[in-house]
Each structure stands twice: as structure tokens, then as C-alpha cells.
Design a protein around this ligand. Structure first.
Ligand code: AMP
Ligand code: ZN
Length: 502
């Protein structure tokens, strides 16, 4: 089977047909770095990460571009409010975004163009549109796109003219007198004193100003595509559903009017929202949770990824503490199975029955992801294999090469195992050093290392309790450790394995 994906443009699940077979260019609209990205934003970035990983696992050579929106209304307003320049204001959020991305194990894009570094291509694009008459300079000095000159406008969002008008009239009326048609959108905004104050104004032949948000993506995508990939049409363009209109509709209008190509991207993919009690997670609604909040709570990225992938990207996902707790439990089970499987591995062919189960797992997993990235289906296949694998391991069947290879897809594509630390303390381990004192009843922090060190100290006390034949205390310690994700496994030779998972 080949990869089939829902295309917002045609409203159908279609086979992915890249411009050049085997090679896929993918542009994903990145964060606006006015503030910390929240986990709603990261739901979209994680869906795109799965798409990227599955394309690569299926043998495609992917060129992935994600922009950073570092100049727009929100970044300018936030910088002005703090009395900083635009650059000073966004820099820490860019750094934070990359840290969060790495925490969530999102593969880095190949390029992260920043809007402020692509002013040249943006100016050229506007000049091109002015030259053909698809753009015009308004009375206010801003440059607008003339929608009447682009008959295909509205194809992606399928809004009819009446709806487009209604959407447009919601904008500030002071903008409107400058436009020939209320639906026209701004390409280049004439500089205001506020823009000048934060350093968000650039000279251009059509007047000093700054780019409109939609223009940024078209210019960055086209510039990188042409220079690095040799085409003017993207294979995949993705983002959250809120970008369909007007952002992506406007990107199409600008780009196609400029290149003369019938399409800007072959495939348009949009991920649904992450909600909190039915409402979109958004700074505006004051219901946000950031990736760093989760990290501080000691939540492992594997659990966050599993939580996201348990829902199809085209379904809304309601974020709850219970769902997160369930995903943490699920990720732990997967991590434990992974460790058992590796320990039992046979370097040769191993059990034929095991190999058969792995083959069925691989088929189900692949079929699910090929079918419009059905991650919940892939996750179900994983858990089914865990159940079957545990039964086989109990019967001392050994997993061979084929099993391990099939299973490695889970780490490569979903990457949902929790991080773990593990050590085996020999029977004659010197024990707790004098003056170490009694460890607390809870770990000093939620981090993996803090829990691990705390667990090791308790395990040494547990060994002492056993030596005194105080089995009640030994059991109590085992339970206490278990509550904080630390497991202890006693071996026949008296050594003990302490393991902690995220
Ligand atoms: P922004 O930083 O606002 O430019 O958004 C970055 C990305 O996050 C875009 O692709 C949005 O569509 C997406 N996004 C924003 N809010 C949510 C949400 N609550 N759930 C899922 N995706 C979102
Ligand atoms: Zn964009």
C-alpha cells in the first residue's frame, strides 16, 4: 500500500504524489514567537513530526521547512508593551521554542527561516504582484492583494463570496477605505511610529513598512524551494485548521499569482485543535499549558506524544489530567515491555511464533499510518503486540532479529517510550554513606535523575530492612518507590535492579 493523506483542497483522502517521486518538500507554518508556544501549538507540531517521520520511514527524502514568525501584530505589540526592540523581545522565545521542541523529541526541520531575515524575497514578491496588477498601493500607503484579479480565490476554504465579505467586514473599518474591495488583504503594511519604535520597519520601493503575516510564508517557502529544491510547488503544506482561512487561502493567492503555477502545494494538511473542556487552547482564553509546565511536572515526553497520537489528527482532542495520567501509564507499560524485550533478545532468528506476531504487528502498524496517518490505529497495534509479546515472553519464547526490527518502528516513528535510568546494585554494595541522612518520603523533584538518586538511596535502606528481617518496612519502601515510578527487581545472586521511568 502507499501513503494516502486527506487533502483539504479536494476534501478527499488521496495518494501522495510528490512533484519528484521519492522526494517530498514540506512546509509547516511555525510558531509566532511573541510568547511561549502552548501544548495546543505542539499538538499541531507533533502531528507534523509524525508525518515527517512516517514519510522518512517509508523511504522518502524529505526537505522540511518550518518558519518562525518573528514580525507580526502580536510580536510588535508584545515588544512595545515591554519597551524592547522586536529582536530583543523574540530572541528568548525562539530559544525556548527549540528547547521545548527537543524536550518533546520533535525532529528539527532542515531550515527555520525567520521572517525578518527574508525581507528581500518578500519585497520582490510584492514588486512582482504590483507589476502584473494583482497588487495595488492603497491610499494609506499599504499594499493590498486584489482578490478580483485572482479568480481561484476561495478554493481551499470553499467560502462563497458572501461569506468572504462577511469575514472581511469584521475588520477595523479604518482599514477599509484604502482598499478597492473589502475582501482584499494586506501584503505590506505602511510603517507606523510603533513599528519604527520596535525596529519593525524596512525600506521598499513601494514605501517603508513591514510584511503582512500571509506574505511571509509565501516568500520564505518560494525562496527556499527554488534555491534548495529547484521547484516552485510544495509537495506538502501543513498547519492547524485555523490556518485554512485566511492564512493559507491568502498564501495560495499570492504565490500562484506570482509564479503562474496552478497550485502552491499539492497536498494541504490541517490538524484539528487541542481543546480544554471544549474550548480551543489559546492565550486569549487564558487556558494554556506550556511544554515547560509539563516538563516541570516531570511528565515524560513519551507520555505527551502518546497522548497526542491516541487521537487522529483530524479529530478534536480534549486535554484532561485523566487522559494525561492514562498516557503516562501507557508509556510506562511500553517502556517496561521494551526493556524486557531487549533483555530477552536472541541475536539469531529466535522464536518463529514471535516472528509471526511481529509480522502481523508491522502490517497493521504500516497499514494504519498509510491510511491518512491513523496514529490511533498504529497505537492499538502496538498495544496488541505488547499483550501478545508478554504472553510469549512468559513462555520463555525469545524474540529474534525480525521482532526487534519491527519493534524498532515504534521508537523511530512514534517515539513514545519514556526516558529511563537503570542500575544494578551488587549484593555487596557499600550501602548508604554515614551522614547521608534519611531520604525524604517523596523525591526532591519530579525530574528523572532526582527520582533515580532518591530511589537508589531508599533501595539501600530496603536492603538493610530485609537483612534485619523487617519485611513490613521492606514492602513499604517498595510501594513508596512504585508510587514515584521507581521499580526494584531482586535477583537470585542478591543484586537488585533499580529502574525509573519518565
Ligand atoms: P501560532 O504560534 O499562533 O502562529 O500557531 C502555531 C501553530 O499552532 C499553527 O499551526 C496553529 O494552527 C496551531 N494552533 C494554535 N492553537 C492551537 C490549538 N489549540 N490546537 C492545535 N493547534 C493549534
Ligand atoms: Zn504560514
Amino acid at each position: 500500500m502507499t501513503l494516502r493523506l486527506y487533502n483539504t483542497m479536494t476534501r478527499q483522502v488521496e495518494e501522495l504524489r510528490p512533484v519528484r517521486p521519492g522526494r517530498v518538500s514540506m512546509y509547516t507554518c511555525g510558531p509566532t514567537v511573541w510568547n511561549h508556544a502552548h501544548i495546543g501549538n505542539f499538538r499541531t507540531f507533533l502531528f507534523e513530526d509524525l508525518l515527517r517521520r512516517w514519510l522518512e520511514a517509508s523511504g522518502h527524502d524529505v526537505f522540511h521547512v518550518m518558519n518562525l514568525t518573528d514580525v507580526d501584530d502580536r510580536t510588535i505589540a508584545a515588544a512595545a508593551e515591554r519597551g524592547r526592540s522586536l529582536r530583543e523581545h523574540v530572541e528568548p522565545y525562539v530559544t525556548a521554542f527549540f528547547e521545548d521542541r527537543d524536550y518533546l523529541r520533535i525532529l528539527p526541520a532542515h531550515v527555520y527561516p525567520r521572517a525578518t531575515e527574508y525581507i528581500g524575497p518578500m519585497v520582490r514578491l510584492v514588486e512582482g504582484l504590483l507589476a502584473t496588477g494583482t497588487a495595488y498601493r492603497g491610499d494609506d500607503g499599504s499594499v493590498y492583494f486584489a482578490i478580483a484579479r485572482f479568480p481561484a480565490y476561495g478554493r481551499l476554504s470553499r467560502l462563497d463570496r458572501r461569506e468572504l465579505k462577511a469575514g472581511a467586514s469584521g475588520r477595523v473599518s479604518s482599514d477599509e477605505y484604502a482598499k478597492e474591495d473589502a475582501r482584499d488583504f494586506v501584503l505590506w503594511k505602511a510603517a507606523t511610529p510603533l513599528d519604527e519604535r520596535v525596529g519593525a520597519a524596512w525600506d521598499a520601493p513601494f514605501g517603508r513598512g513591514r510584511p503582512g503575516w500571509h506574505l511571509e510564508c509565501s516568500a520564505m517557502a518560494l525562496d527556499l524551494l527554488e534555491r534548495r529544491w529547484g521547484t516552485r510547488v510544495l509537495d506538502i503544506h501543513a498547519g492547524g485548521v485555523d490556518l485554512i482561512f485566511p492564512h493559507h487561502e491568502d498564501e495560495i493567492a499570492q504565490s500562484c499569482a506570482y509564479t503562474g503555477e496552478p497550485e502552491f502545494a499539492r497536498h494541504w494538511l490541517h490538524g484539528e485543535f487541542l481543546n480544554v473542556r471544549g474550548t480551543k487552547m489559546s492565550k486569549r482564553f487564558g487556558n494554556i499549558l506550556t511544554a515547560r509546565d509539563l516538563r516541570e511536572q516531570g511528565v515524560d515526553a513519551g507520555a505527551v506524544r502518546l497522548l497526542m497520537y491516541q487521537t487522529h489528527y483530524r479529530q478534536k482532542l480534549d486535554f484532561t489530567d485523566e487522559a494525561l495520567a492514562g498516557a503516562r501509564e501507557g508509556a510506562r507499560r511500553l517502556g517496561q515491555f521494551h526493556s524486557k524485550l531487549s533483555q530477552a533478545a536472541d541475536p539469531g532468528d529466535g522464536s518463529a511464533e514471535f516472528a509471526g506476531a511481529a509480522r502481523r504487528f508491522r502490517e497493521r502498524f504500516t497499514a494504519a499510518l498509510d491510511d491518512d496517518l491513523d496514529a490511533p490505529g498504529a497505537v492499538a497495534a502496538v498495544f496488541e503486540f505488547v499483550r501478545e509479546g508478554n504472553r510469549l515472553l512468559d513462555r520463555r519464547e525469545r524474540p529474534g532479529r525480525e521482532v526487534l526490527e519491527a519493534w524498532s518502528l515504534v521508537a523511530r516513528v512514534l517515539d513514545v517510550f519514556p526516558n529511563a535510568l537503570e542500575t544494578t546494585l551488587p549484593a555487596d554494595h557499600p550501602g548508604v554513606a554515614a551522614g547521608d541522612g534519611q531520604p525524604g518520603e517523596a523525591p526532591p523533584g519530579a525530574g528523572l535523575r532526582e527520582r533515580f538518586e532518591w530511589g537508589v538511596r531508599w533501595q539501600l535502606l530496603r536492603r538493610e530492612a530485609k537483612r534485619r528481617k523487617d519485611f513490613a518496612e521492606a514492602d513499604r519502601i517498595r510501594e513508596l518507590l512504585g508510587r514515584h515510578g521507581v521499580t526494584v527487581r531482586d535477583h537470585r545472586d542478591g543484586s537488585v535492579t533499580v529502574r525509573v521511568e519518565g
